[in-house]
Ligand binder design. Structure first.
Ligand code: HEM
Ligand SMILES: *[C@@H]1O[C@H](CO)[C@@H](O)[C@H](O)[C@H]1NC(C)=O
Ligand SMILES: *[C@@H]1O[C@H](CO)[C@@H](O)[C@H](O)[C@H]1NC(C)=O
Ligand SMILES: *[C@@H]1O[C@H](CO)[C@@H](O)[C@H](O)[C@H]1NC(C)=O
Ligand SMILES: *[C@@H]1O[C@H](CO)[C@@H](O)[C@H](O)[C@H]1NC(C)=O
Length: 335
């Protein structure tokens, strides 16, 4: 072996022994925060007792985080000097659950101060939310750092809209590095949580200028939605999964098969003629274990998008704000 190769190998070994080898790993906090999973689970569980939607809110944060500059906690940043919050992008308008994220962060800080990133807190919370509502578990990869900036343009461009066609949804997932299986699988998170009427009321009457309701919407379900969304009440919140609104199961896919997907973007997965996604919807509608196994895999895929690794980024003290720059070394904020 040549000298440069030996030197490079020695440097690599050195980094690994010091535990600073920069890549995601399921054991990242085993030494620095051994009780992390229990603390997060406990706090999410408490949140669920007061708010049946707590889990839905948390997994959505992780999704909106990962789709903009990777999973780096950028979605949580509010407007401040040098930061144009992603929360002002249309896709994040009205997103909820900051109080829950704050309570998890507070509990984690009490157990392991200045150790766990907000990006990782979202990743673990997403899994705990699914497990606590009846869904599958998976091994969460950890070691993400928090960004020191946000990307509002990225949020405007990358987040999918409920008014998009399958082609458009696929394009956004592909651009992020996710395929059609991930798209169908991750959309299954709409097995819990709510959507405001404004995101689907266009389907109820004059859909897309046709003068009729969306033809892919079951007429009886449509009539119920008309009653649930009286004109002027665009902010009423309706279950994304009409069958089992708060449980994490495969009922979402049976909804699609019976034309009871709430959002156009949901129903597109099953109703787009000739699409390869139809077969996947049918598969998951008929086999919950199959959906659960794939859901864990797709969540890992999403969680692996563009990780921000040490020495870049920071461990934020307050998830909503970049740390004050007093002690941090200039030049580490590389994005
Ligand atoms: C495929 C493209 C997607 C579109 C167009 C979409 C769109 C939406 C919309 C419009 C809402 C309602 C927001 C509101 O009323 O304020 C919503 C809620 C939700 N989304 Fe998605 N979503 C998509 C994919 C995903 C993915 C991949 C996940 C997670 C893995 C997810 C998780 C959720 C959850 C859990 C809720 C309910 C949140 C709550 O109750 O507060 N969505 N989504
Ligand atoms: C770990 O956290 C849980 C939940 O907060 C707590 O009940 C338990 O006592 C903690 N265990 C240790 C060893 O700190
Ligand atoms: C923001 O996101 C866009 C993708 O929409 C990307 O092209 C751009 O490089 C990002 N900007 C920064 C500063 O990361
Ligand atoms: C809506 O109408 C436009 C123009 O007629 C058409 O290109 C598009 O495919 C329609 N969208 C849906 C979901 O039917
Ligand atoms: C359901 O999916 C699981 C996991 O992929 C598989 O092992 C099982 O054989 C499937 N069951 C049926 C009835 O197809």
């Amino acid at each position: 072996m040549s000298f440069p190769k030996v030197a490079a190998l020695a440097a690599l070994l050195c980094m690994m022994l010091r535990g600073s080898f920069a890549q995601l790993s399921s054991t990242f906090y085993d030494k620095s925060c051994p009780n992390l999973t229990a603390v997060v689970r406990d706090t999410v569980s408490q949140a669920l007792q007061g708010d049946v939607r707590a889990g839905a809110k948390l997994i959505r944060f992780h999704f909106h985080d990962c789709f903009v500059n990777g999973c780096d906690g950028s979605v949580l940043l509010e407007n401040q000097d040098g930061v144009e919050s992603e929360l002002d992008a249309p896709g994040n308008e009205g997103i909820q659950g900051f109080d829950i994220v704050d309570s998890i962060k507070t509990a984690v800080e009490a157990s392991c101060p200045n150790t766990v990133s907000c990006a990782d807190i979202l990743a673990i919370s997403a899994r705990e939310s699914v497990v606590l509502t009846g869904g599958p578990s998976w091994v969460v990869q950890l070691g993400r750092r928090d960004s020191q900036n946000a990307n509002r343009t990225g949020a405007e461009n990358n987040l999918p809209s409920p008014f998009e066609t399958l082609d458009q949804l696929r394009a956004k997932f592909n651009a992020a590095g996710l395929d059609s299986i991930d798209l169908v699988t991750l959309s299954g998170a709409h097995t819990f949580g709510r959507s405001r009427c404004v995101f689907f009321s266009g389907r109820l009457n004059n859909f897309n200028g046709t003068g009729s309701p969306d033809s892919t919407l079951d007429p009886t379900f449509r009539d119920a939605l008309v009653i649930a969304c009286p004109t002027g009440d665009g902010n009423n919140r309706i279950a994304l999964d009409v069958a089992t609104p708060d449980a994490f199961d495969n009922a979402y896919y049976a909804d699609l098969v019976t034309n009871r997907g709430l959002l156009q973007s949901d129903q597109e997965l099953f109703s787009t003629e000739g699409a390869e996604t139809i077969e996947i919807v049918n598969r998951f509608a008929g086999n919950q274990s199959d959906f659960f196994a794939q859901f864990g895999q797709s969540m890992i895929n999403m969680g692996n998008l563009q990780p921000l690794l040490a020495p870049a980024g920071e461990i934020r003290t307050n998830c909503r704000r970049v740390n004050p720059t007093t002690t941090t070394t200039a030049g580490t904020a590389v994005m």
